[in-house]
Write a protein that binds this ligand. Structure first.
Ligand SMILES: [Zn+2]
Length: 464
């Protein structure tokens, strides 16, 4: 077992040295060697060590069984099943010693009171809605792990100078009303009321769905929290990518939730007969799009900053075997760990696409359809998470999040930190999504260490 000490940061591996920094009176829960395997521990210890993980996995399975569809997991915002799931989470929260309620947008909120009632809180959370045909871990792992950590404190009769609040956000995925982060935006006070009038694919408006769920659409503002009530927001989530697995590490520190720019491109050339128009006279929109897609991939591949670009949708018209495509639409999704990087990359790619279109005599229409700024994780929280990982005898590894998370909304009222837990094959938004019990357990132990050693940002130290 080799513990490492944090020396610097940036994307990638950041450490050297072998000094074990113990910051918690409890001994490291599990020893993990460089190859990520659990080292031999005493049998009694091992039984006790996995206890948080076992409870977490049991609850993941229990929650994962609450679905609109018996054959696959689908639990979308304001559905009957979401309500059933909320009621179950409320029970778990109360069992863990928290006062718990459903807020005005359907978030499940629990509070574990501080030594001094009414003190500001360290907020932990994630979401409990899912995509269609989802995995069980994306979202619920963060909610369930946080509850298990509080339950552990409660069993030991431990209170802290700050409260711990756990939030299960009701909508992160945005499946139903085509608008994401509805739960966390309501808490951050940035909920866009115009979404209330959008309708799902069955024609039900969000306003109507809220009433059916037992909530009052005119009181969503009541879910908003003030900056002074929060010391920080920390989320534990599965990585949803293959990086930790490739590093043989069960957990990682997130540096930033990458911003994204989405564009819609349309190239228009001239449709024609596949047999009669000579190659030199063609204005083939699909061949032009193919060149653009190749250029996007090449550009992102040669960038070392963590830039990723994806063309995930394309449509060619008229779309027949024997017709030269006259018009092609495609989308571009660009993400990078910093906004500056992303903006520069988007500008470069737009220039390249314009040049390709010009050379091929294709008309180009390019629109930005969505833009999300990067949510950087606060350095002081990254440090505290890194120390907790180190305290568990694990190597500290930092990585950006390419996927969006509730922290993107919470950053408007609190500094944000994130812990990633390895998931098998990096598979997510898929029924094969899987986390090993030991990794779930280690994630919980890291989070528990973060909680027990948590210190507010220096300028807020007087708040507790
Ligand atoms: Zn998620």
């Amino acid at each position: 077992m080799l513990a490492t000490r944090l020396l610097g940061r940036g994307r990638g591996v950041i450490f050297a040295g072998t000094e074990l920094v113990s910051i918690n009176e409890r001994p490291p829960a599990a020893a993990v060697s460089r190859d990520g395997k659990l080292a031999e521990m005493g049998a009694a210890n091992a039984v006790q060590d996995a206890s948080l993980g076992e409870e977490i996995v049991r609850r993941i399975n229990e929650l994962g069984a609450i679905s609109e569809d018996p054959d696959k997991l689908t639990r979308i915002y304001l559905s009957k099943e979401l309500r059933t799931a909320a009621d179950l989470i409320l029970v778990w929260m109360r069992e863990a010693g928290m006062s718990a309620h459903l807020d005005a947008i359907g978030n499940v909120c629990g509070r574990f009171e501080a030594e001094r009632p009414g003190a500001p809180c360290l907020m932990l959370g994630s979401h409990y809605d899912t995509v269609r045909d989802a995995g069980k871990w994306d979202g619920p792992l963060g909610v369930i792990t946080a509850i298990s950590c509080v339950a552990d404190l409660n069993r030991r009769g431990k209170r802290l100078p700050f409260a711990i609040e756990v939030v299960g956000f009701a909508d992160e995925e945005g499946v139903r009303f085509a608008s994401t982060l509805l739960g966390s935006r309501a808490v951050a006070g940035t909920f866009d009321e115009s979404v209330l009038n959008t309708r799902d694919r069955d024609g039900v408006s969000m306003r109507e769905a809220l009433v059916q769920f037992g909530l009052d659409p005119d009181h969503i503002g009541a879910a908003a929290r003030a900056r002074r009530e929060l010391l920080a927001y920390i989320e534990l989530h599965i990585e949803q990518g293959p990086v930790l697995e490739a590093q043989n590490l069960p957990v990682g520190v997130v540096t930033a939730i990458a911003g994204a720019t989405r564009l819609a491109a349309r190239l228009t050339g001239m449709a024609g007969h596949a047999g009669t128009v000579p190659m030199a006279l063609r204005r083939d929109a699909l061949a032009g799009a193919a060149e653009c897609i190749g250029a996007i991939e090449q550009f992102c591949r040669t960038d070392e900053s963590g830039l990723v670009g994806t063309v995930g949708y394309i449509q060619a018209r008229p779309g027949a075997t024997n017709v030269i495509p006259g018009e092609v639409s495609f989308t571009i999704d660009m993400r990078a760990p910093t906004d500056m990087h992303r903006k520069r990359a988007v500008a470069d790619i737009v220039r390249q696409i314009e040049a390709i279109a010009k050379r091929r005599q294709l008309a180009l229409q390019l629109d930005v359809t969505h833009e999300n700024r990067t949510a950087p994780c606060a350095p002081w929280l990254r440090d505290q998470i890194a120390r907790a990982i180190d305290g568990e005898g694990l190597s500290v590894f930092e990585l950006p999040s390419g996927a969006g998370h509730d922290g993107m909304a919470m950053i408007d009222i609190a500094d944000v930190g994130m812990i990633f837990v390895r998931c098998r094959g990096g598979v997510s938004h898929h029924p094969d999504e899987h986390v090993e019990l030991m990794d779930a357990d280690l994630g919980a132990r890291v989070l528990l260490r973060v909680i027990e050693n948590f210190r507010p940002r220096e300028d807020r130290a007087g708040a507790i």
